[in-house]
Design a protein around this ligand. Structure first.
Ligand code: SF4
Length: 400
C-alpha cells in the first residue's frame, strides 16, 4: 500500500512537470513514506532522515506514512529540518500542501503527460483495518477500515486498463472484507465488475483474511478465470493457542478448510503465507505445530518473520534471541524445501503466462516464468506455456 501511495504522489508531481531526481542532494523536495509495522522499518526511516541533516538547507522534507502517524509532530524536536509530518490517516493532505508549497496550479499540468505504461498495477480498495491482531500496529496508525467507493475503484481501473494495465492488484489490509456501505457492493461484486473490463486479464488481491472467505467467493473462483490462481493467505502460526493469543479469529482447522475449498475449486491454486516465529509464549510444541502445518498445507512460499515486539510493555519475546534465530532458520529450511518441490511438480504442466517484457512474465499462479526460444512476445498478452524446467525460482517453458 505504501508503494501504491508513493506512486500516486510521484505521478501527481510528474503531472505538474516536476522531475524525479535520483540523488537527495540535488532534490528540492524529499518525501519519505514510512512503515512502522516492524521496529526495523521505523529505524531505517529515522536513520535515513538523520542522513539528510547535512543537505537539508533549502529543501522541503516531508515525513509521511505510518511512522509519521505514530511519532507525530514531536519527531521535529529531533529532526528540526522536517518541513511537514503527515500521518497515514491523513495522507491525502499531502496533495493540498504540495499544491500550495510549489505554487502548482492546474494550468501547469502538462497535456503530454501520461502515466508510465505498466502491465501490472495496484489499486487500493480500502484503508485501515477493523481487526485487532494483538501484535499489529496497523489499526492504530491507519485507523478503522475505510473503503474507497465502488464506482471510483471501477473508474480508476478502467483508466489504468486503457493505459496498458493488464494485471490489477487490489490492495486492502483485509482486502476481502471490502464493503461500500453506500452502494452495498462487496468484494465479490468488485471481482465480477472488474472481470467485465476486457483489457484486464488477471485480478489479484492482497491480503485476504481467512475469516472473510465465503461460498459466494468459492463459486465465483471456480468459474471466473480472471481471478488470480495465486492466493496469499496469512496463517501466522500453526498453533491454536498462539492464534488465539494473536486474536486472529480462526483456528488451524478453519484455515485448512479455506485452503481445501480453494484447492477443490481449482487444484492448480498456489498458496503463499506469512508466519511470525517466536511470538509471546511460543513453546517448542507450538513451533512444531507450525512446522507440521507448513508440511501439511504445502505453501508455494512462506514469508517468515522473526517476532519483533513493538512496545516495551506488552507481548514480549519469551524465548532467547538464539532460540528465535534457530526456529527461524529451521522454518526457512523447511519452507525452501517444500517451495522447490512444488515448483518441480509444475514441470510438464501447462501454465497461463502474462508477458511483462520480451520473453518474461508471470503465471496466473504467481510464478516468474521465462519463455524458451521466443524473444519477442507481445507484452500484456497471455500465452499458454508448457513448463520444461526450473532455475533460480523461475519456471522455464515453451509457448504452445
Ligand atoms: S488483519 Fe492484518 S492489518 Fe488487520 S490487525 Fe490483523 S495483521 Fe494487522
Amino acid at each position: 500500500m505504501n508503494e501504491d501511495d508513493s506512486n500516486s504522489i510521484k505521478n501527481f508531481l510528474l503531472s505538474y512537470g516536476l522531475k524525479e531526481e535520483e540523488s537527495e542532494k540535488n532534490s528540492d523536495i524529499i518525501i519519505i513514506n514510512t512503515c512502522t509495522v516492524r521496529q526495523h522499518a521505523e529505524d531505517k526511516a529515522l536513520s535515513f532522515l538523520g542522513s539528510l541533516k547535512k543537505i537539508s538547507t533549502n529543501k522541503k522534507i516531508f515525513f509521511i506514512g505510518c511512522a509519521a502517524e505514530r511519532l507525530g509532530e514531536k519527531i521535529k524536536n529531533k529532526f528540526p529540518y522536517i518541513s511537514y509530518v503527515i500521518g497515514a490517516k491523513s495522507y491525502q493532505k499531502i496533495y493540498e500542501i504540495l499544491r500550495n508549497e510549489l505554487y502548482l496550479s492546474d494550468h501547469l499540468i502538462q497535456n503530454t503527460f501520461s502515466l508510465n505504461s505498466k502491465i501490472s498495477d495496484y489499486q487500493t480498495i480500502s484503508r485501515g483495518c477493523n481487526m485487532k491482531c494483538s501484535y499489529c500496529i496497523v489499526p492504530d496508525v491507519r485507523g478503522m477500515e475505510l473503503p474507497v467507493p465502488f464506482e471510483k475503484i471501477i473508474g480508476d481501473i478502467k483508466k489504468k486498463a486503457k493505459n496498458g494495465v493488464r494485471e490489477i492488484i487490489l490492495l486492502g489490509q483485509t482486502v476481502n472484507s471490502y464493503i461500500d456501505k453506500q452502494s452495498s457492493k462487496k468484494f465479490i461484486d468488485l471481482l465480477k465488475e472488474i472481470s467485465k473490463i476486457d483489457e484486464i486479464k488477471i485480478i489479484r488481491f492482497l491480503s485476504p483474511h481467512p475469516v472473510f472467505f465465503n461460498d459466494e467467493f468459492f463459486e465465483e473462483y471456480k468459474k471466473n478465470h480472471k481471478i488470480s490462481r495465486w492466493i496469499h493467505l496469512p496463517l501466522q502460526s500453526g498453533s491454536d493457542k498462539i492464534l488465539k493469543k494473536m486474536r486472529r479469529g480462526y483456528t488451524i482447522e478453519k484455515f485448512k478448510k479455506v485452503v481445501d475449498e480453494l484447492r477443490r475449486s481449482d487444484p492448480t491454486t498456489s498458496i503463499t503465507t506469512d508466519i511470525i516465529v517466536g511470538y509471546t509464549d511460543e513453546t517448542e510444541e507450538d513451533f512444531n505445530l507450525t512446522l507440521a502445518a507448513i508440511r501439511e498445507i504445502k505453501f508455494s512460499m512462506v514469508y517468515c518473520f522473526k517476532y519483533s515486539p513493538r512496545f516495551k510493555d506488552k507481548d514480549q519475546l519469551t524465548i532467547t534471541n538464539k532460540e528465535l534465530e534457530k526456529r527461524h532458520q529451521v522454518l526457512l529450511n523447511e519452507v525452501k524445501k517444500i517451495a522447490k518441490e512444488l515448483m518441480y511438480e509444475r514441470i510438464g504442466k501447462t501454465e497461463e503466462v502474462l508477458i511483462y517484457s520480451k520473453n518474461k512474465g508471470i503465471t496466473i499462479s504467481g510464478y516468474n516464468c521465462c519463455i524458451i526460444d521466443c524473444k519477442n512476445m507481445k507484452e500484456g498478452d497471455i500465452y499458454k506455456v508448457k513448463i520444461e524446467n526450473v532455475k533460480n525460482n523461475t519456471l522455464y517453458g515453451r509457448a504452445i
